[in-house]
Design a protein around this ligand. Structure first.
Ligand code: NAD
Length: 488
């Protein structure tokens, strides 16, 4: 099976922050791959805009280098690269001043989709929105894409929403969460809503609990200063883990369209119960014992030996509605853990009665959705252990991994950013967060963070390359449950 690539409409895409880390690592290499796949029409134009006063030739060279460096080991086709770079434009611009705006206006065309990617610090979002408006650069076809973090609490998120709403309608604002662009996250919705098998079981009657783990092996690296003001709760839980939780827990939307899906996600966030302090474990990683100089402990890495910011969090929460009453949701994320792994597991209840006797073993079905590495969906089913020796039960995975089912050609490897940028051009907001969703997520997060501050809560130390603090294991064990192993 060969995947179909449907070209998008002609567009002008301006990348503010076009020389930055995100643009070089993700946005531009992603656009190049869509170019190679034939999804960008010949009239498409990409304009990098950033503070650096560099020539167009220098910018093209920088982007060419970035595409080579961040091609994930794929061989870069030099003819395609030359053609892609030949159409690239660069404008030196000041988001806070007037420099460069007239030049940018001179590059924009009429009658094409205009998209503006704000790949800059959130402190510049309002300035960019205002200047785009003042310089007449936007029309009803224009869209803006904004990056995380979208605020650091409810008040700042509300302010950002107001800053953008002053110049753009909500239908023009694309708040990106790249987790929603992952193939498997969309496949989760296909599996859930495209089959009769799962939905009848998708509730507290049949589901014992749900766990979501996003584990990283890296530490804070060069982002220490930023990260220490944020922490795992703000950096990961409020956005990425929350979005995954919503897709698992939401009611079936009437249609797979932006507002139908986002209305259902919003209801989940609003139904989340406040988290009890003893249902949260925070941690800070220790130094790598093998190489403590290159990989120091968290506090050394962020240059604050008294830092109380968490690099790990595990928590238990509930959703107060008919479907999920009594079913715990366990969330866990952290840095410098034993493996890089993102997985959602729906752990079903045991059968009400075992006809095989205790010696055959009791098993639970687990639907696991792996976001990285090796994206895929597996359902653990119980069968008889083959061979003689009586009836003993064992688990085997039913593998629903797209690439395995359809072969290499069927599964074109489309990165989350590529998919989401193409959705922006198509005008499809389904996989983007709406303003009220982001605010509701902060409204749930804020009291938790305030509680830590009031109690002077100090994160527990945990070993580098471990599964986090032991208290996180105990959080589950107290309930007679176990985290699924963080392993490759
Ligand atoms: P960066 O510091 O590498 O790049 C910042 C860019 O903004 C540069 O191109 C710079 O020229 C431009 N800029 C700064 N001040 C400007 C001004 N006054 N006028 C015009 N341009 C100006 O940052 P980054 O890592 O690329 O991150 C960009 C945004 O994306 C941030 O909001 C960040 O939080 C978010 N983000 C980044 C990553 C990542 O992996 N880098 C991941 C998720 C979200």
């Amino acid at each position: 099976m060969v995947s179909r690539v449907i070209p998008v409409d002609p567009f002008d895409l301006v990348i503010f922050g076009g020389t930055g880390d995100l643009a070089r690592r993700k946005i531009l290499p992603g656009l190049f791959r869509r170019f190679c796949a034939g999804q960008m029409p010949p009239e498409a134009r990409i304009i990098g805009a950033a503070r650096a006063d560099i020539s167009e030739a220098d910018y093209r060279e920088m982007v060419g280098d970035a595409i080579e460096e961040f091609s994930d080991g794929a061989v870069v086709d030099q003819d395609h690269l030359a053609a892609f770079l030949a159409d690239l434009t660069y404008v030196a611009i000041d988001a806070k001043g007037e420099n460069g705006w007239r030049e940018l206006a001179g590059h924009m065309r009429r009658d094409v989709v205009r998209a503006f990617y704000f790949s800059v610090a959130p402190g510049l979002f309002g300035d960019l929105a205002e200047r785009l408006n003042n310089h007449g650069l936007t029309d009803e076809k224009s869209r803006i894409v904004v990056e995380k973090p979208f605020g650091r609490d409810l008040a700042t998120a509300q302010q950002l929403n107001r800053d953008l709403a002053a110049f753009f309608d909500e239908t023009q604002i694309y708040r990106i969460d790249h987790y929603l662009g992952k193939e498997t996250v969309q496949n989760l919705m296909a599996v859930r809503f495209g089959n009769v098998l799962f939905e009848p079981l998708w509730n507290s009657q049949f589901v014992d609990h749900i766990q979501i783990t996003v584990a990283e092996t890296v530490g804070v690296g060069g982002r220490g200063e930023y990260y220490d003001k944020s922490g795992a709760m703000r950096d990961m839980v409020q956005n990425h883990l929350m979005q995954l939780l919503c897709l698992i827990a939401m009611e079936p939307p009437a249609r797979f369209d932006p507002d139908a899906v986002r209305d259902e996600k919003l209801k989940v966030i609003r139904a989340l119960e406040p988290v009890e302090p003893h249902h949260i474990v925070r941690g800070q990683y220790g130094a790598d014992t093998e190489d403590p100089i290159a990989h120091p402990d968290y506090r050394t890495a962020v240059a604050d030996l008294k830092s109380a910011t968490e690099s790990f969090i595990a928590l238990k929460t509930h959703i107060a509605n008919w479907r999920w009453a009594g079913t715990p949701f366990y969330l866990r994320t952290g840095k410098r853990l034993v493996a890089r792994s993102s997985e959602i597991s729906i752990v079903f209840k045991e059968t009400p009665h075992s006809i095989f006797g205790e010696e055959a073993g009791r098993h639970r079905n687990v639907l696991s959705i792996r976001l990285q590495p090796n994206e895929g969906i597996k359902l653990g089913v119980t069968i008889k252990e083959p061979g003689p020796g009586g009836m003993r039960l064992m688990d085997v995975p039913l593998d629903m991994t797209f690439a395995d089912a359809l072969g290499e050609e069927g599964a074109e490897n489309v990165d989350a950013y590529e998919r989401l940028i193409m959705d922006v051009i198509r005008g499809n907001q389904t996989l983007f967060m709406r303003g009220d969703e982001v605010e509701a997520a902060w409204a749930w997060t804020d009291p938790i963070i305030k509680g830590w501050q009031q109690r002077n809560d100090v994160p527990k130390p945990y070993d580098s390359h471990s599964a986090g603090p032991d208290a996180a294991t105990q959080l589950m064990r107290r309930d007679g449950r176990e985290w699924r192993e963080v392993a490759l």
